[in-house]
Design a binder for this molecule. Structure first.
Ligand code: EPZ
Length: 419
């Protein structure tokens, strides 16, 4: 296994280019199961999760050719059984359920179970496919879904914690080959869902409203192949904005979509950071002491849960007290213990994290846990006094392409070493 070794205290300067969106890539790769024709997907990020999804598609019988940041998928799925070993390593692969069910009339996919950010229920996924006429039962930790013919339906897909990104994705893909019209109320509005809708539209699905709470899909008999370029990763872009602010830097994040990050940018303006849209780039400069601000995460367009840990790392060194609450994954606080080992003063109380900003963090050996908690530790390491070693950085490699190289490009002292 590998670790990051970071010498803290260097400001970040210069520019980096954001990679393609991981969370758009995964459902779009799954959507290639809906056709036997060739789908060419460009600007795919080179990530562990991307390769896991490619392995899963191959295990399902698809031909998958990878060349740099381009993945070309063709051929027919020859089994409806999604490989447990692969699905259990990546919760996101549950989004093969909808397309397998639509294309083959049946699907057997292992339930995602829990992970370090909390329980990953599937009630909304099941509600959606049952509404389309499928039958589902559970067998040895798998969901077994069957449907002789899916029929369009109107459904409400909001849950206890609001909308569900991958449940919306599963239903959109299943509805693409269903007879008639499907209306999804309280659909997820994340930009990744908008991208999936655009991809399905390119494949010939009659779809509108993707990116809004109401998506209307008129199913078709057959989908064609297409060529599609994945948009930039808003969570990677947001992570770099927070890194630059924490390190009192001045950077340009290239190929970043300002409008996808309005909740974060609004918060950064409030705490005293200058963030400027510069064409398709975002420039961020932070020269002075910030003030704290509370954050509550919500489904898009609210403050993203995937930036909560990184924001907490910034508040850990911002004088004053801030309260951070995650309404999407209420237990997504694995990063607190590791940040405190670096000198942060963070405690959990009434379901939130209470952060008392300290003057300095101190380098220490820390353990990565989930993808975004690991990014928070990188931010802490960049600003800490001394050396920080972050172990198990395979968590980071799941969602950030060449993170160490991008940070070195910005002037950070980061090296990737054997543990
Ligand atoms: C997607 O996960 C993302 N993953 C997550 O990013 C992201 O944190 C999450 O959306 C929220 O934005 C991918 O896109 C691959 P949800 P997903 O279903 O779809 C509850 C990262 O770091 N819920 O939108 O699995 C659930 O418990 C990853 O890149 C139900 O109640 O998340 C949660 O509280 C981590 N019933 C809330 O909804 C369901 O059937 C949102 O979860 C499904 C979910």
């Amino acid at each position: 296994m590998e670790k990051f070794v970071i010498e803290g205290g260097r400001p970040l300067k210069g520019e980096i280019k954001v990679s393609g969106s991981k969370n758009a890539t995964l459902p779009i790769l799954a959507a290639t199961l809906l056709t036997d024709s060739v789908c060419e997907i460009r600007n795919v990020p080179k990530l562990r999760d991307t390769w896991t999804m490619c392995k899963l598609l191959r295990a399902l019988g698809k031909t998958v050719d990878i060349s740099g940041n381009q993945v070309t998928v063709s051929g027919s799925a020859n089994t409806h059984v999604a490989d447990y070993k692969l699905v259990s390593t990546m919760r996101g692969s549950f989004c093969v359920l909808g397309p397998l069910l639509a294309k083959l009339g049946k699907a057997k996919v292992s339930m995602p179970g829990g992970c370090v950010i909390g329980v990953r229920p599937i009630d909304l996924h099941l509600k959606g496919i049952l509404a389309l006429g499928a039958k589902a039962n559970f067998e040895a930790g798998n969901v077994m879904a069957t449907a002789s013919r899916l029929r369009g339906a109107q459904m409400y897909l909001g849950g206890t914690f609001g909308s569900s990104v991958l449940a919306t994705a599963n239903v959109m893909m299943a509805a693409s080959l269903a007879d008639g019209q499907t209306i999804i109320e309280s659909a997820a509005c994340e930009p990744e869902i908008e991208e999936l809708g655009n991809f399905l539209s390119d494949m010939g699905v009659k779809i509108e409203g993707q990116g809004t709470p109401r998506i209307v899909i008129n199913g078709v008999k057959k989908l064609n192949g297409t060529s599609y370029k994945i948009g930039s990763d808003r969570i990677e872009a947001g992570t770099f904005l927070l890194m630059a602010v924490a390190a009192k830097g001045d950077i340009v994040v290239k190929d970043a979509c300002y409008n996808h990050l309005l909740a974060l940018i609004d918060k950064l303006h409030y705490v005293g950071v200058e963030v400027r849209k510069d064409g398709s780039d975002i420039r961020v400069r932070c020269k002075r002491t910030l003030r704290p601000a509370n954050v509550v995460t919500h489904p898009h367009p609210g403050f993203p849960t995937d930036l909560q840990a990184q924001y907490m790392a910034l508040m850990a060194i911002t004088p004053g007290v801030s309260i951070i609450t995650d309404r999407v994954f209420p237990d997504r606080f694995m990063h607190i213990a590791e940040l405190n080992r670096m000198g942060a003063q963070i405690r959990r109380d009434i379901g939130s994290a209470i952060v008392e900003g300290v003057k300095h963090l101190y380098g220490a050996p820390v353990m990565a846990s989930d993808l975004r908690a690991s990014a928070a530790l990188v931010i802490a390491g960049l600003v800490a006094r001394g050396k920080t070693e972050i172990y198990r950085i395979y968590h980071l490699d799941r969602g950030y392409e060449n993170l160490d190289q991008k940070l070195v490009q910005l002037g950070a002292k980061v090296s990737r070493e054997k543990e």
